[in-house]
Design a protein around this ligand. Sequence first.
Ligand SMILES: [Zn+2]
Length: 431
Amino acid sequence: MGEYETVIGLEVHVQLKTKSKIFCGCSTDSQSRPNTNICPVCCGYPGVLPVLNSEALKLAVRVSLALNCKINPSIYFERKNYFYPDLPKNYQISQYQRPLGEKGKLELISKETIGITRVHLEEDAGKLIHKDNYSLVDYNRTGTPLLEIVSEPDIHSPEEAFEYLTYLKLTLQYIGVSDCDMEKGSLRCDANISLRAKGSDKLGVKVEVKNMNSFKGVRSALEYEAKRQAEVLKKGEKIIQETRLWDQELLKTTSMRSKEKAHDYRYFPEPDLPDFSLSPELIEEEKECLGELPLEKRKRFLETYALGEKETGILIAVRELADFFEAALKIYPKAKEVFNWLMGPFLEQVNTLEGGFAAVKISAENFTKIVKYFSENKLNNLAAKKVLALALTTNEDVDEIIKKHGLSQMSDQGELEKFIEEALKENPNAV
Ligand SMILES: [Zn+2]
């Protein structure tokens, strides 16, 4: 690998968290019984008319802003023509010539900045379920609003691709546009990778890698592909421009098809959705919705609290956790103690809850009582954990729980001695 430089660009598809689909009123719940959330619009019957979901547009604007994109105020959709059994219209409504957002950037924690080529809105396809000698199709997902986020080929290692994806996902979760669950398919990633001689500014022939179902899978696939390409080049052979599939079992990529050129899709303006202008007010409103982005939160945490980079990193990786930490500190301003309790017993218990953080009911006020009582020796470790377990999903008052279950710890020495003396006096035989 020494003589080559790796060049990677990533294409991320993310489902937007809207209640209804992008061009019709059907629910976006794709887990329902197959083919129950469908209508003539998303099934592509002749003569139907799409109507753009304004919430999907707003969320897409919010993403474009978070990724520092230049926003094209004139909205315009095109048809991308291709046939798949799970896209019954024979075309996908997408944006090609004029994406919603362009020329953005995402700064990573490592201080690297990755350029964002484009952010555009489109509709998702359905799902094919392959059986032994037949296939089934479920159109529930067809028409779910999808955002395609394409990076510049600014990524120079599989590790950096992993870091970009992790941080992009965190950003999208912070601004509340998607749950980004790769297992459920609400976030998908394809990668373009090529090698070039070190020092050269000419890009090599790129290969598209698909079918990775986790960020770790993306990293492994890119590691494999960089090595494979280096071996091909070393033999003096040429890289073929093609799409390759990552095989998670065999840990290798295999050729799927030679790359289709963009013009194969015969894009043309979507005649059923006329152009319109984005109002400046909408853009302003979405700016307000952005809130503090993860990198800003990280910076502020490092400046405000006596925590290290690693500890801060763990907190900001889950927005709810970072918010809970701050709420707790407002009541009980001992960062290290609160952090230790959150990282230890709190997360241990949250991780066993069905629904995770969403199932947590305990208030910051109630939680800090436990931390405080533990630090004052009013609760021992075991009792404090038990109180936490009882209050975690109920928010029952911690003082009540302690009283009800007799969990308080005696720490007054005089009081203790009195009890010991009594016990000795009453049990002479045992003494
Ligand atoms: Zn529909």
